[in-house]
Ligand binder design. Structure first.
Ligand code: DP6
Length: 324
């Protein structure tokens, strides 16, 4: 039976997806736009084994348990249902390796489900096109659908589509890592709380204007044209998180220190804008020529443990080597 390996990059959203229009189908409450991160990768190998009693999922050397196991098995079930006999009954051996800390707001579920989707479908003898892979990845994790196309992707309904290839713009994301500890509440549970916030509908009403600014800035490779909208959307999303019931507060003191520093540097003429996913780490967007300076300054901010700098990444791809 088949064995396949895929590599994917996580993505950072410039306009975020927060809240769902349909939980069962994992359709988003609002459209989002993102960039794949070339410097971070997830590699996943899937092998269907007819004799095996149950699915075995090993993530970064540890057997998956609880929600992580359930989500991966649920995704393998989708692939088995698509593939039919003989894969419909075969359990799988899955190994996945991240070269970055999982569940710290570096969007590991995006690359995890993009890689799992391609590896599992290929191992099951299926050959899906990009839109089909993106649609299937979405059912595993919403943001994963945006890691399927290369470069910059837009997701509105069932799948994400490329809006620009990675070569379009060598913009950089300098990620200030302020903790590598796993977060207490994952995105999947967080989305379900979004509608309990009185700010939820206000953010959704503002998204179209922010999206228009980001699309325009991206088309013209103009960070200053899109940066204010990127910051506003991230702050609005965290405002929704903080005011949901129960409240989600992902920020640490060092998170706020980086936000303040970024604004002070900008006031001093350095073109840099922040965004934050569901975690405490801060993504700082800047021009390639300024990335070294931004990295140096971020490392000097108290509480910043590490800085990872990334340009735009490729889409999910198959490789001819395996993890086991
Ligand atoms: C804050 O796509 O991880 O990173 O569909 O439940 O897996 P699920 O959620 P997920 O949520 C991402 C939330 C975010 C914003 C974004 O990437 O758009």
């Amino acid at each position: 039976m088949g064995k396949a390996t895929a590599v994917a990059n996580p993505n950072i959203a410039f306009v975020k997806h927060w809240g769902k229009a349909d939980e069962a189908l994992n359709l988003p409450a609002n459209p989002s736009l993102s960039m794949n991160l070339a410097a971070l990768t997830t590699v996943t190998t899937v092998e269907f084994r007819p004799g095996q009693a149950s699915d075995v999922i090993v993530i970064d050397g540890q057997p998956a348990t609880g929600q992580a196991l359930d989500r991966a098995v649920g995704h393998l079930d989708r692939v088995r249902a698509l593939a039919g006999t003989p894969f419909g009954r075969a359990r799988a051996m899955v190994a996945s390796r991240n070269d970055f800390p999982a569940a710290t707001g570096l969007a590991s579920s995006s690359s995890a489900f993009a890689a799992l989707t391609l590896a599992a479908t290929q191992a099951a003898g299926l050959s899906l096109d990009e839109a089909g892979l993106s649609r299937l990845a979405r059912l595993g994790s919403g943001s994963a659908c945006r890691s399927v196309p290369a470069g910059f992707a837009f997701w509105e309904l069932e799948e994400a589509h490329q809006v620009a290839p990675p070569e379009h713009w060598d913009v950089r994301d300098a990620i200030a890592i302020v903790t590598t500890q796993a977060k207490a509440v994952g995105s999947q549970d967080g989305h379900a709380l979004a509608q309990t916030s009185p700010l939820y509908t206000a953010r959704l009403a503002a998204v179209p204007e922010w999206l228009a600014a980001v699309r325009d800035g991206l088309a013209r490779r103009d960070l200053a044209a899109m940066g204010p909208a990127i910051e506003a959307d991230a702050l609005a999303m965290h405002g929704v998180m903080m005011t949901s019931q129960p409240s989600l507060l992902y920020w640490l003191p060092a998170t706020v220190a980086v936000l303040q520093a970024v604004r002070a540097w900008r006031a001093g003429g350095l073109e840099v804008y922040f965004t934050i996913d569901a975690g405490p780490n801060v993504h700082c967007l800047c021009r390639a020529a300024d990335a070294g300076e931004v990295e140096k300054r971020l490392k000097a901010v108290p509480g910043v443990q590490e800085v990872v700098v990334s340009g735009p990444g490729a889409g999910v791809r198959a490789v001819d080597w395996h993890l086991f």
